[in-house]
Design a protein around this ligand. Structure first.
Ligand code: 6R9
Length: 647
């Protein structure tokens, strides 16, 4: 694979040299206390920390950073910039409709966040309370998150594409009695019925014993939505009834900042818990060095605020660094496939950060949508969310970036808070498809399935051997699940769930999940979640779900479904199953393929052998491996035959 060496122009503007990267990295792992004592000071502390790292991965799992320091995250993202940059734009909002945009300065952000904090307080919200946020991509989402941070409440943002059931589950799990939402969202010219979904979710949660007492509603479309007297209130009315300032609450470094639910290989989504001090240091330092952000630049992370990428790299990292962060309500192909590049030209965007799935889709639409725009303001490109195939990488580099802009392929997870493995612009030579080298303080290790450490150029399961400040602290309400999920497969190590190759230059190439998580367009789905949605359909006896390679989405959702006796395997039923899964989880979980299967391959102990199902879904019939341990090996022949006949 070709290597793209650092260009002289990139090197000249880089924040550090390649030698400094090596030296800093070495110090960060040999003397983490010294390294992070220094870099921990990049954020403002109310009371400075005296302790730096206090972490253990075994026998007990306990992670604390800067534990005796106090701070307020919203003050770091807003107040500390007011004097120097009060009139600079903090949030540059671009609407779904190209005619709509808004600019919110740091001073305006301050007032809005204070007012929203005061509205929450007036409803009795206090430190430690969980506030659920179910919002479209509008600046008020940022106000809501920062308002929680200001008063020490813990936000739990639920992606606006999730169904009422999924929202209800998250409200219940977080025991949240406050919800912030909007009347409707707007995406690609279509309305998303947020308040209607929220009303349904509140009803479901209520039946399960979790009462929602306050719903703060933002008016986005002006659509006609229900209003529950005593429970609901409109933001545009409530904001006029409260003070325009609100003193930031003094929080401990280890006080929770937010919960974000993410899919795992088993059971219901987990509430990943991040705390205040270490998370903010990590968000800020990674944003600074990875995007080489300089004051005055326009930075755009085209993710949704409902995912961790939106939390860390639309909101907390950039705002902690005093950046201008673009927030985009729309989608890449509306009104047409030129939209992103038109927005780049309109706002003179310098840095863009997006998902490989969008890059592949735009590549498929043809170069003219790109080349019809100037993009001369761009100087840096980034990707995140899934492995990027070299072809898409090169297209992004050549066609979008005109070979002028380095690409940072940033590998990380909801659990890691921010990027772990990434090139640094002007520092790291690039290889299309590789996330390259670890960020400061990150110690990757590859192990085989027995846990034996693999050295040199090799492939294995990716673990991280020691803590970094942005690491999640626990699963909300279930520390044992945290320990089991991440630290029990390989004792004493954090296991990412990803497979990875390391080449002769020590570069890391993430190959994708090795557990039962599917990465669909950069969104994580647990196979177990889709299976449980399928079996809740009245015609289904059993279901097994696997990922398979999909040209645009990276991975698609492939479902093997066994029907109850007497049910007919028709196309109508397939449609009904797809609709059912969308209803249960949300459109992002839409099955791509359904194969009716008379039986599923199981071991004698009854375990479904997904390895085999994966191979069949991939059309890789020659590599089915050993099927002798199956209870009924003929099941496999049948599945292969059905697959080949494409029935
Ligand atoms: C930030 C985010 C995490 C999973 C992760 C991995 C995949 C993310 C990647 C990547 C290859 C990259 N992933 N970035 N794979 N190269 N640059 O996406 O968090 O939604 O929790 O997903 O995404 O498989 O384990 P999350």
């Amino acid at each position: 694979m070709e290597k793209i060496a650092v260009k002289e122009e990139w090197r000249q503007r880089a924040l550090i040299t390649a030698e400094e990267y090596q030296a800093w990295y070495r110090r960060s792992v040999e003397d983490p206390d010294g390294f992070w004592a220094e870099h921990g000071k990049r954020i403002d502390w109310m009371k400075p920390f005296t302790k730096v790292k206090n972490t253990s991965f075994a026998p007990d799992v306990s992670i604390k950073w800067f534990e005796d320091g106090t701070l307020n995250v919203s003050a770091n993202c807003i107040d500390r910039h007011l004097e120097e940059r009060g009139d600079a734009v903090a949030i540059l909002w671009e609407g779904d409709n190209p005619a709509e945009s808004r600019k919110i300065t740091y001073r305006e952000l301050h007032e809005n966040v204070c007012r929203m904090a005061n509205v929450l307080k007036s409803r009795g919200v206090k430190r430690g309370d969980r506030v659920t946020i179910y919002m479209p991509m509008i600046p008020e989402s940022a106000f809501a998150m920062l308002a929680c941070a200001r008063i020490g409440a813990i936000h739990s943002v639920v992606f606006g594409g999730f169904s009422p059931d999924s929202l209800a589950n998250r409200i219940e799990d977080a025991r949240s009695s406050v919800l912030i939402t909007a009347d409707e969202g707007l995406r690609g010219g279509r309305k998303v019925p947020l308040k209607k979904n929220a009303d349904k979710a509140i009803e479901i949660a209520g039946k399960a014993g979790q009462k929602v007492e306050t719903v703060l509603m933002i008016r986005r479309t002006g659509g006609d939505v229900g209003f529950a007297e005593g429970r609901d209130l409109w933001w545009h009315e409530a904001r006029e009834t409260v003070e325009a300032t609100c003193a930031p609450e003094e929080m401990g470094a280890e006080d929770p900042l937010f919960i974000l639910y993410t899919s795992g290989s088993t059971g219901k989504p987990k509430g990943v818990l991040h705390t205040s001090g270490g998370y903010l240091v990590w968000a800020s330092i990674t944003h600074h060095y990875i995007f080489d952000y300089r004051p005055g630049e326009i930075y755009w992370c085209a993710a949704d605020i409902g995912w961790v990428t939106g939390h860390t790299y639309i909101l907390y990292g950039p705002l902690a660094n005093g950046a201008t962060t673009v927030m985009f309500e729309g989608i890449p192909n509306y009104p047409d496939a030129s939209r992103l590049w038109q927005v780049v030209d309109k706002h003179k965007v310098n840095i863009i950060y997006m998902a490989p799935t969008a890059i592949r889709a735009l590549m498929g639409a043809g170069d003219s949508f790109v080349t019809s725009t100037s993009r001369e303001s761009l100087r840096q490109l980034g990707t995140v969310g899934e492995p990027i195939n070299p072809e898409a990488w090169l297209w992004y580099y050549r066609v979008v970036g005109d070979e002028r802009c380095p690409i940072v392929d940033t590998y990380w997870q909801t659990e890691t808070g921010g990027t772990l493995i990434t090139p640094l612009p002007g520092v790291t030579d690039l290889k299309p498809g590789s996330a390259t080298l670890p960020f400061f303080g990150v110690q990757p290790q590859l192990v085989d399935s027995e846990g034996t450490v693999l050295e040199g150029a090799t492939s294995g399961n990716l673990c991280i051997v020691d803590s970094w400040p942005g690491q999640m602290r626990t699963v909300y309400g279930d520390h044992e699940r945290f320990v089991q999920t991440y630290f029990s497969t390989y004792k004493g190590k954090y296991f990412t769930g990803d497979g990875c190759r390391r080449d002769e230059d020590g570069y890391y190439w993430i190959t994708g999940r090795v557990d039962d998580v599917i990465n669909v367009s950069g969104h994580r789905m647990g196979t177990a979640e889709v299976e449980s949605a399928l079996v809740s359909h009245p015609a289904v006896a059993e279901a097994a779900v696997v990922g398979y390679p999909h040209d645009l989405k990276g991975q698609g959702i492939y479902c093997y479904v066994t029907l109850l006796d007497g049910e007919e395997p028709t196309d109508e039923l397939k449609k009904s199953l797809i609709a059912h899964v969308r209803e249960e989880i949300g459109p992002i979980a839409s099955p791509d393929k359904i194969q009716f299967a008379p039986g599923l391959p199981k071991t004698r102990s009854g375990k479904i052998m997904r390895r085999i199902l994966r191979k069949i879904a991939e059309d890789d019939f020659g590599a089915l491996g050993d099927t002798s341990t199956l209870a009924d090996p003929t099941v496999v022949e049948d599945l292969v035959e059905h697959r080949q006949n494409r029935r």
